[in-house]
Design a protein around this ligand. Structure first.
Ligand SMILES: Cc1cc2nc3c(=O)[nH]c(=O)nc-3n(C[C@H](O)[C@H](O)[C@H](O)COP(=O)(O)OP(=O)(O)OC[C@H]3O[C@@H](n4cnc5c(N)ncnc54)[C@H](O)[C@@H]3O)c2cc1C
Length: 422
């Protein structure tokens, strides 16, 4: 098949790479003039690591990242009252950790695979729409209303702001959340201050909080890097529009004095990357000769840290579904079925938890600050939270691999996930 993949994020890169390896003619189109990943760190949860393991790149990815064994969150500005505690070490599985990594490192690694597999890469192409030509072909249309390629199948991996969602009947409800985050990469100068295997979150004032995610070394022998993220109220102007940038940063240092060495590294707004949170779930992640993966199909506020995992799982499940079925429509149905329960479970959980971690809802904040610490005293709950964060509710990989393996005609490269309990 001739396949057009819109978007060179993690979901698009994996689809392009895997489908080219399976013998399809694949073109990936991205709007960026210069290809690469924006932003700073991401946390790949155990289920995402299992996908990378299946694809044979886990070791390479791990070399660029940092294993995270625990996530602890505290109410307010100090480490007095815990409101999150997820201890991956309590999971009795091979993947008893998450991996913090700079987005650009992951991107480079996947892009090398894409290039090596013979995918055609077009960048600086903003896809605005599509046009159906005949019963079997579909054309992507650019910003200037000109065609940018004719394909048998389109994979929309263009992220949360996809322009192509209207080509499915199951577009779903979409809305912008009030909160967003500012992200920056910082170097850990004194490694004794923070545990590099632990991610820290402070909810701050009315959920205007701060977090610190370990993301590995910049280069062999270099300093450890962390991603510092600040949750902000996106309904207001950016904080340094009302006070000077340095005054705003000094206010943060006054609130979190223990983070002074990190915060002083942020010297201008150019070092900060802003992402506003959105929530949407497509009820039918495919249409006529088009299928949606990653943030294009579903996205939410990031308290469960599932964005990148969902993209990795979507890509793998889609590629396997296409390999398993002779007819594209059957493959797209199989993909949608394989992803349904898992996506629904995490999107619902994210929605339920948003008031507690990313809103100004006074009641939710009161309940969290006064009562959550009681449950996090129990190891059982720390384990339960880690199990949810690991991304493995409804075993999104086991279901698909089981289907593929049960087909004697399908040559499955590896069947390691069953052994790992994933
Ligand atoms: C700063 C930041 C930190 C994050 N941290 C985490 C985390 O810790 N854990 C986690 O799981 N998730 C995290 N996320 C979310 C995660 O990064 C996303 O869920 C994930 O990147 C989605 O992957 P994707 O491939 O679906 O889309 P994206 O990564 O958004 O990629 C979409 C691609 O499509 C291109 N594109 C968009 N529109 C068009 C168009 N019209 N035409 C052509 N090309 C187009 C874009 O240039 C981009 O390259 C974070 C997100 C951000 C922004």
């Amino acid at each position: 098949m001739k396949i057009g993949v819109v978007g060179a994020g993690p979901a698009g890169l994996i689809c392009a790479w895997q489908l080219a390896e399976a013998g399809h003619s694949v073109t990936i189109l991205d709007q960026s003039k210069e290809l690469g990943a924006q932003g700073s760190g991401v946390l790949i949860q155990p289920v995402g690591l299992a996908v990378l393991d299946y694809l044979g790149v886990r070791t390479q990815v791990e070399e660029c990242g940092q294993r995270v064994k625990r996530i602890r969150g505290y109410a307010g500005f100090t480490k007095t009252r815990k409101v999150i505690d997820a201890n991956y070490s309590l999971l009795n599985r091979e993947f008893d950790y998450a991996l913090g990594i700079n987005r650009s490192e992951l991107w480079k690694l996947l892009f090398d695979k894409v290039k090596a597999s013979g995918v055609t890469v077009q960048h600086g192409v903003h896809v605005a729409s599509l046009c159906y030509h005949s019963t079997s072909r579909v054309e992507l249309i650019g910003d200037d209303q000109q065609g940018v390629g004719i394909f048998d199948l389109i994979i929309d991996a263009s992220g949360a702001n996809s322009k192509l969602r209207e080509f499915s009947e199951g577009i779903g409800q979409q809305y912008l959340l009030d909160s967003g985050s500012l992200w920056a990469s910082v170097k850990m100068i004194d490694e004794t201050v923070f545990d590099p295997q632990e991610m820290l979150v402070f909810t701050g004032d009315k959920n205007q909080g701060l977090g610190l995610m370990p993301t590995g070394r910049i280069m062999a022998g270099g300093c450890k890097t962390f991603t510092l993220f600040l949750t902000i109220d996106c309904r207001k102007d950016l904080p340094w529009k009302t006070v000077s940038f340095i005054d705003w940063r000094n206010e943060l240092i006054a609130k979190w004095p223990s983070l002074k060495n990190l915060l002083v590294q942020i010297q201008s707004p150019d070092q900060l990357y802003l992402a506003r949170f959105k929530h949407h779930t497509m009820s039918k992640p495919y249409g006529d000769r088009i299928v949606y993966v990653g943030d294009a199909a579903h996205c939410s506020s990031p308290q469960l840290g599932q964005g990148i995992n969902m993209s990795l799982i979507d890509a793998l499940v889609l590629c396997q579904s296409l390999a398993h079925k002779d007819h594209v429509n059957d493959a797209l149905k199989l993909y949608a079925k394989g992803r349904k329960n898992h996506v629904l479970a995490y999107q619902t959980l994210a929605k339920l938890l948003t008031p507690f971690y990313h809103s100004r809802d006074a009641v939710a904040i009161f309940v969290r600050d006064q009562y959550f610490y009681l449950v996090f005293k129990m190891n059982l709950f720390k384990r339960f939270t880690a199990a949810i964060l690991s991304g493995n509710i409804f075993w999104p990989l086991k279901r698909v691999t089981a289907k593929i393996v049960s087909n004697p005609n399908h040559c499955c490269p590896k069947n390691r996930m069953h052994k790992k309990g994933l």
